[in-house]
Design a protein around this ligand. Structure first.
Ligand SMILES: [Zn+2]
Ligand SMILES: [Zn+2]
Ligand SMILES: [Zn+2]
Ligand SMILES: [Zn+2]
Length: 349
């Protein structure tokens, strides 16, 4: 029997900050984007939230090269999210943006050889080709009108920088000593590393209805219903199990699969089906790429990532069931630009 397609799982890991710079083509959570193409970055307008029009925050980037094609020797997918909880609506993707960037091995920004793993005084990054917001690392078309030395994407980030220390350095002309890593609007920066899932499909062989009910009865006992179910006679449990909705079933399947590696924050399974957290809604149609090619599922972000983002206050923070990213199946030519891709957010409601 042919080996089944294995899923690559993503985990977060602390690593020295310099290793997450553009020249290492990292997969990472938080901090500022380590832009791949260093020019034609998404504009402030393209990155503003479709709900509140404020700038979205950089969430994560996944390096997923396709070396079989010259143009995709380097390839990175970037996700941005509005951190305002009011913009986070069930099963809506309007507070997210996804972009794809790719480069051939020979390109105008990076050496064809792997970068040496030592800190670099003069880091090759997007600030060499663009005016970047000193706070969030996205394009910063606005300039401090007093010193003309620093740039911002928006008034909000200018005000943040002012409060954090620019107030003192702006007029004095002294070097700015603001600790730029300490802005609360950035998510904690961590590397995302991958590992192949060890999963035996035999676990999933079709069970009889009786077996399924027994399994569900066990689940009810162990889950949060343990107090109420503990003393319940078997017949009662079975009656409850038979009432399990399609969404309950899918959530249970999701949890079971995740429990094999409870620390996973991401599943990379290009061309396959996401591990849904609910039976519905699922996307009716995935919009085609602007090149005309179909988009295919590439990876999904799990709710376990939220606990690494300092946003895990239930009900008052952004959250999601799962974020499914769909990208151009051809990974079409885009030169040095950033091309929009599609995200579907599925929630448990
Ligand atoms: Zn918003
Ligand atoms: Zn900014
Ligand atoms: Zn200034
Ligand atoms: Zn395309």
């Amino acid at each position: 029997m042919a080996a089944p397609m294995q899923v690559e799982l993503g985990f977060v890991e602390n690593v020295e900050e310099f290793l997450l710079k553009s020249r290492f083509f990292p997969s990472k959570l938080g901090g500022r984007p380590a832009w791949l193409a260093l020019e034609s970055l998404p504009t402030t307008e393209e990155l503003s939230c479709c709900e509140c029009s404020q700038p979205t925050s950089f969430l994560l980037q996944i390096s997923s090269p396709m070396p079989q094609k010259l143009e995709t020797f380097h390839r990175t997918i970037f996700i941005f999210v509005c951190s305002n909880p009011n913009c986070c609506k069930p099963n809506s993707n309007k507070n997210f943006h996804v972009f794809r960037s790719q480069l051939p091995r020979e390109n105008k920004f990076y050496s064809t050889e792997p970068a040496p793993e030592i800190p670099e005084e003069n880091e090759v990054d997007a600030s060499k080709c663009n005016k970047l917001c000193v706070v969030c690392g996205c394009l910063g078309p606005k300039t401090c009108s007093k010193c003309h030395k620093v740039n911002y994407c928006c008034k909000g980030h200018q005000a943040l920088h002012w409060k954090k220390g620019h107030k003192a350095s702006c007029s004095s002309g002294k070097d700015d000593n603001t600790d730029l890593s300490k802005f609360e609007c950035l998510f904690p920066e961590m590397e995302i590393v991958t590992e192949t899932e060890n999963y035996q499909p035999e676990d999933e062989v079709e069970k009889t209805d009786k077996e399924k009910m027994k399994e569900y009865a066990e689940y009810l006992k162990t889950e949060n219903m343990s107090q109420t179910c503990g003393e319940m006679p078997e017949a009662e449990l079975q009656k409850m199990a038979s009432k399990e909705s399609e969404n309950d079933k899918q959530l249970r399947k999701f949890k079971k699969r995740i429990s094999l590696e409870p620390e996973q924050v991401l599943r990379y399974d290009k061309g396959q089906e996401p591990l849904w957290i609910a039976h519905d809604p699922k996307p009716d149609v995935i919009p085609d790429c602007k090149c005309g090619a179909k988009r295919q599922f590439e990876f999904q972000v799990l709710p376990t990532l939220l606990s690494h983002m300092n946003v895990d206050k239930v009900g008052v923070s952004i959250d999601w069931g799962t974020l499914c990213v769909y990208t151009c199946s051809e990974s079409c030519s885009i030169g040095n630009t950033y091309s929009r891709e599609y995200l579907f957010k599925q929630d448990v409601v």
